[in-house]
Design a binder for this molecule. Structure first.
Ligand code: TRP
Length: 353
């Protein structure tokens, strides 16, 4: 028998347009992993997107557009199994089963829930949304996503690490409590994820903070956004001689850190080094720096925009591969859910055959 191939799983919520934080934090890694031998599952977490809604949404449309952007970035739905979470409705069943063994106290310590609670305390009127049962159960649903496909590795950024650890705990508890091996525990969490600062100089680029640079931004938008980055501090002496971006960039003041980070990601190394030298030399060069960053960002976006708009990259194409890929994950998912039903004692479903 051949050894089981390693299973990698990751999900992104359909938040609309993909930004540079998504790209360099996640998609960039998906593209690399897609070249490996592993089985890669990448899904759009549309159920998770429902945990905070207050009215009818455009999640379906946003999901299709996100997938068109994935494809434009080079994600190949023939190599990676790309699907919509809600096309695997047995995830909801597994989430229900896992919920039976999850303590509320554990969930109340979940970061997503806690953050929302703090936001509501700060501003009780905030989008009229009370804390929902679905939001409290966010980590259980996420555990179901991970465990249902028997993932070995779950590459996520720091902010999602706690959720993946909760999934490991839930799997362990389930197997222990029911004396079974129904759930496969992920072996590893994490990736060397880059946390890209926001254009406003804040710690993280994120859609809800309105500080993103998007992969589909046209050159004019890019220039406007980059010009808007605040660079009010004149160059200050840097207490390092290193040119290593991870050493130097965090030492740069405010908006300059995001400009240099972008330059380092999308421009040739000599351009980044040249501007770093100019910083060390002092002087007035921020205008040129911004122009260079905007130019390289637009150059990076150009082929993505072109492939996004390619007539072949249309809704029919997306729906066809979603259908095909849902068919590929479903047997694995049903195997997990049925094993859990059996382990808990309700027995296998009588209608699935
Ligand atoms: N919660 C993740 C996020 O907001 C998205 C997600 C849902 C996910 N289910 C997952 C990520 C399972 C990894 C594995 O980014």
């Amino acid at each position: 028998m051949s050894a089981r191939k390693e299973v990698i799983l990751s999900g992104i919520r359909p938040t609309g347009r993909l930004h540079y934080g998504n790209y360099f934090g996640a998609i960039h890694h998906f593209l690399r992993l897609q070249q490996s031998d592993a089985t890669c599952f990448y899904f759009i977490a549309d159920y998770h997107a429902l945990t905070t809604i207050t009215e009818k949404t455009e999640i379906y449309r946003q999901t299709l557009d996100m997938l068109r952007t994935y494809v434009a970035c080079g994600l190949d739905p023939a190599k990676s199994i790309v699907y919509r979470q809600s096309d695997l409705p047995s995830t909801a069943e597994l989430s229900l089963l896992l919920g039976m063994i999850t303590n509320i106290g554990h969930l109340e310590r979940g970061t997503t829930y806690k953050d929302k609670m703090i936001k509501i305390q700060d501003d009780p009127k905030i989008d009229g949304n009370p804390l929902s049962y679905g939001l409290l159960g966010y980590p259980v649903l996420m555990a179901a996503d991970i465990l249902i496909v028997k993932a070995d590795v779950v590459p996520v950024g720091d902010d999602q690490r706690q959720h993946v650890e909760m999934a490991c705990d839930i799997a362990e508890k389930f197997n222990h409590r029911f004396g079974c091996e129904a759930l496969h525990r992920p072996r590893a969490v994490g990736r060397d994820a880059l946390r890209l600062p926001g254009l406003d100089g804040s710690a993280k680029m994120g859609k809800s903070d309105n500080n993103t640079l998007d992969l589909l931004d046209d050159p004019k938008t890019v220039l406007t956004k980059i010009k808007g980055v605040v660079t009010s501090t004149d160059p200050l002496p840097l207490d390092t001689d290193s040119n290593d971006p991870d050493q130097v960039i965090p030492k740069l003041p405010g908006g300059l850190s995001v400009l240099y980070r972008l330059l380092n990601l999308v421009a040739p190394e000599e351009v980044y080094l040249d501007f770093l030298q100019q910083y060390r030399d002092g002087g007035k060069f921020y205008g040129n720096l911004k122009k260079a960053v905007a130019e390289h960002v637009s150059k990076f976006n150009e082929p993505i925009i072109e492939k996004f708009n390619d007539p072949a990259n249309n809704d029919d194409f997306i729906m066809d591969f979603l259908r095909e890929n849902a068919k590929k994950v479903t047997p694995v998912a049903l195997d997990t859910v049925e094993a859990c039903r059996e382990a808990m004692g309700i027995g296998r479903s009588l209608y699935r055959g």
